[in-house]
Design a binder for this molecule. Sequence first.
Ligand SMILES: [Zn+2]
Length: 181
Amino acid sequence: MFSLKNNPSPTSVESEVINDTTPNGNEATEKCPLCGRLNNPGAVDTCEHFFGMQCEGDIIWSDKYVSFEESYSAFVDFRDQLENLSPSRVTRLINQIVREEFITGDLIKASSWLENSPTKIIEEIMDFKYGLVVETDGMLSSVGRSLYHHNPGLVGSIIDSYELLTRKLKEYSEQKNNGKP
Ligand SMILES: [Zn+2]
């Protein structure tokens, strides 16, 4: 089974050419590392395992990632407003909410990395498989690779968890502000 998981360096450009078409009749540009379907992400012709394209530190072609980024950014924005609390107090508070609300343990880890980007967080939480590394030439040359996951819908529960976390943080800070002049 082909996977770049153990060799994720973007410099290892694969030159394997897939001379075949997808089930929908588009020119195949890669194979899903999970089910082997021939895919063409650029033509929005992929199996259900396709999550998005990782490109120059960003994730593109992914509604799921956009939704995740919104919920994660809302969480980070609110967390950073709690400036009257020390970072360690904020981390303890987050851990407490995670425990009380039975939020998945991976989020405890991810949420304590105060400086991480949303692309890093989603990569740490989801165990992605990678498609071929693709390099485009010319002035706007870039290196990208597809992200695949056995259950891309998992991102829905991650989004729910960050929304819950933000809501609980808000409740906490409102309680704290009650009674203050
Ligand atoms: Zn697949």
